[in-house]
Design a protein around this ligand. Structure first.
Ligand SMILES: [Zn+2]
Length: 261
């Protein structure tokens, strides 16, 4: 079914589509059918085609999934490590544990961040190397339970779904091999301005976006270069999202932070 946040968007699409069909049919029938019959016929066709498009849109939306994908074989055993336990100088700003995220309410009970151990150790190396440049890593999110990926999919309008993972396939965050992060300034402790905000669903989020200030572009490129040296790859439409090279080797998980040993 549609999520509540989808309804205004879907309604607008359907009414626009219905109007377009009605006007087209009305114009087509204009020359050879009398006025009342012409309008009734156009109306019937518009309602019929709008219902068809509604069914199609609903199928697209529910194409997510209601349960995590089946377990794959020959994967490594999960070993999620808590980032600040490996290096307490890494800073956290886990937005999904607060209300300042795109959903508008806390989704995690605890502000904690985990990655599979080799990815977590690689992240610590990137953090240590960035210190030479005067920066540290500021973590927005790491391992994410599958149920949260499903929730993101359900509340995101169809036109913006490219910014969220389809729960049918699970995400690299669900495998504990993706991290959302930025930089903080070691002197001030403040988050460093980047060309877009975290989770901003616009072109400014692209790591190739050229419209930022020279300083914003410089720090975005520095973050990317240090992460790439440690085996991470930036996501093509989000400068803050990095996947660890071995993500395919880990299972999709749906366990709560409190269950992680
Ligand atoms: Zn991400």
């Amino acid at each position: 079914m549609f999520a509540t946040a989808e309804i205004p968007y879907i309604f607008r699409v359907i009414t626009d589509f219905g109007n377009l069909i009605f006007c087209t049919m009305d114009a087509l029938l204009n020359s050879f059918v009398n006025s009342a019959l012409r309008r009734i016929s156009a109306c019937v066709v518009a309602v019929f085609l709008s219902c068809l498009s509604l069914l199609y849109a609903q199928e697209e939306v529910s194409a997510g999934a209601s349960a995590p994908p089946p377990p794959e074989s020959n994967l490594r055993k999960s070993e999620l490590a808590e980032l600040i336990k490996l290096d307490p100088t890494i800073r956290l700003d886990v937005r999904y544990a607060k209300s300042n995220n795109f959903v508008g309410r806390p989704l995690y009970k605890e502000e904690r961040a985990f990655l599979q151990r080799p990815a977590a150790e690689a992240l610590v190396r990137a953090h240590q190397n960035l210190k030479k440049h005067g920066y540290g890593l500021l973590i927005f999110d790491g391992y994410r339970p599958w149920r949260i990926t499903k929730l993101f999919w359900d509340v995101t309008p169809a036109a913006l779904k490219k910014f969220v993972a389809n729960p049918k396939n699970g995400s690299r965050h669900n495998r504990g091999c993706a991290v959302d992060l930025s930089l903080f300034d070691l002197k001030t402790g403040k988050e460093v301005p980047m060309p877009s905000e975290y989770d901003e669903m616009t072109d400014r989020a692209y790591p190739t976006y050229t419209g930022g200030t020279p300083e914003q572009t410089r720090v975005r490129e520095l973050l990317r270069a240090e992460m790439e040296k440690q085996g991470f790859t930036v996501f093509s439409i989000e400068w803050w999202h990095f996947d660890y090279k071995d993500w395919r080797e880990y299972p999709i998980l749906d366990i709560d932070f409190s269950e992680i040993k």
